[in-house]
Design a protein around this ligand. Sequence first.
Ligand code: GLU
Length: 319
Amino acid sequence: MYFTYEQPEFDLNDLDEIRRVIAEAYENGREHTSTGKVADYIPELAKANASDFGICVKNMSGEKLSFGETEKRFSIQSISKVINLAASLKFLGFRETFSHVKMEPSGDAFNSILKLDLASDLPFNPMINAGAIQVMSMLSNFMDYDDLLSFSRAFCMDDKIMLNEEVYCSERDTGDRNRAIAYLLKSKGVLQGDPDKTLDLYFKMCSLNVNAESLANMGLLIANGGTNPFTGKHIIHPGYIRTIRSLMYTCGLYDESGEYGVLVGIPSKSGVGGGIVASVKERWGIGTYGPALNEKGNSAGGIAALQHMSHLLRLNAFC
Ligand code: GLU
């Protein structure tokens, strides 16, 4: 952790310097993998290699800096919540989406059920399980898995994204906590679709196979206001991107979002498969992969590398 407010001057156009800093960030991240452990509550995730680490940074011209494990596919897990939210904003709009889910950080673990029963009928935000299941219940009424898959491919600029069948079956077979969330929402009359269909789509979206580069692409699309910088195709309106970035910033790292916001300060979203997507407005998409997670369920290596980069390259949104 950096305790200093001293930051060196930096020329963000100096590619050699940037390469040097990202290489250092990679080393830093790789070293920190030993401080975490892989998720095992979904049995298939426990098979990941805890010492794997990779980082991919891409700019609007398609220049790419990759270090380590950036091609290995892993399940997107909670990072799919960003795609679900994007689909909901695009196809249902802001007002309808946020009539059914709030936009407040929860301060609780990703799969917590506490606030849902004690504090509010509506889930706190779309970046935690309850909120993503709620968003999925809305989408389930007019999108099927194939629709969501093609939207995910466009959103990550990656046509090779597929379902990881093993992870999907493992999620489905052990997803009782998510079932509890969906049925609690149904019992309150707030779930917007059939719970089993909703859960099946939710599990499938968590089980999409991405790599660090797909995540860098997703970050880049968001950094570019929702337009694919290489084809010029508009995937989602820039106004919705503002909402997505804000929620990534405030809620993207579960109950570590506040600390991450101070120490890294880049709109990001993590997943228990070990990925983190980060989006530096008008500049870069960043994807990291490191399945060794800290106690909050965030990639230990990913956080260390992003903190390193953010500090030295002054990427904090409030810098
Ligand atoms: N599929 C996971 C679950 O619902 C996603 C958790 C995550 O990545 O935060 O438990």
